[in-house]
Design a protein around this ligand. Sequence first.
Ligand code: DGY
Length: 321
Amino acid sequence: MAHVAVTRPLPDAGLAPLRAAHDVHVNDEKSGGLPMSEQGVVELAQGADALISTVADPLPASVLEQCTHLRVLAQFGVGVDNIDVAAARELGLVVTHTPGVLTDATADFAVALLLAVARRLRAADQFVRDGRFEGWETTLLLGMELTGKTLGIVGMGRIGQAVARRAIGFGMDVIYYNRHPANPTVERRLSARYVSLETLLTESDVVSLHCALNDDSHHLIDADALRQMKRSALLVNTARGPVVDEAALVEALDAGEIAGAGLDVFEHEPEVHPGLLEQERVVLAPHLASATVEARTKMARMCSEAVLATFSGGEVPYRVT
Ligand code: DGY
């Protein structure tokens, strides 16, 4: 029986198969829902053969090196930017993640943020709650229509493509920037045009980020990029906070260089730049894009499957290393 440490509570239905076979210890007392410290992760993983981690758990080489029993690291999420994957590989650790099952949930959430910002839902809701609704008005809280507008998708992987499919339903034109062009069948199906980042920034009415965080994408959207966007444009980020230079975004919003933003992720989570809190045309969410019962249950199940396969000697699914 292997000892499996889990950094925070996960949907029970997903963990059940693992509990039936192994000794599972869920860290619900120590961290609650809060990000763990590096020391906290080391303590939790002491003696553990498997660790189920999340995006909020720091796993640099210095932490991994201290988890001497560990054979498998199953990440509850698709992004693995919190893990030093090269160091894990070097240490002979199996790293897995949960691709595919959160694609639709994340794409839905990107569109929800887009609509909320375009149609000023935050201000509208506040307006009614404040008792200021005194009757229908012709020019109250006018927003932006999506039909006929251009959506620029940065990162045309699974989630970017799912957002493009939704955008077609809204009658939007889709352009995209990616490290490599998508295959022609995908481009045809989505009527999506591959462009340079500069073209995407200057032509898009909405820029939606769906790329992984790495050295190339860190601060991809910086002051210069924001200046290239239309003054009427909206930015949506459901990818990773550090893809956007948050201070530059606040300055761009203050200066009217772009019109609004929908943000599910932040540069220094869980901190949020105070300048964002004051913006009327900014909608903020606490990293919720994959937060559906369906997606989170499947994510937990995939972590269980990966750990079970590691200890039964079968082929380990969902491998990153
Ligand atoms: C992921 O999967 O990488 C998300 O950001 C966490 O749900």
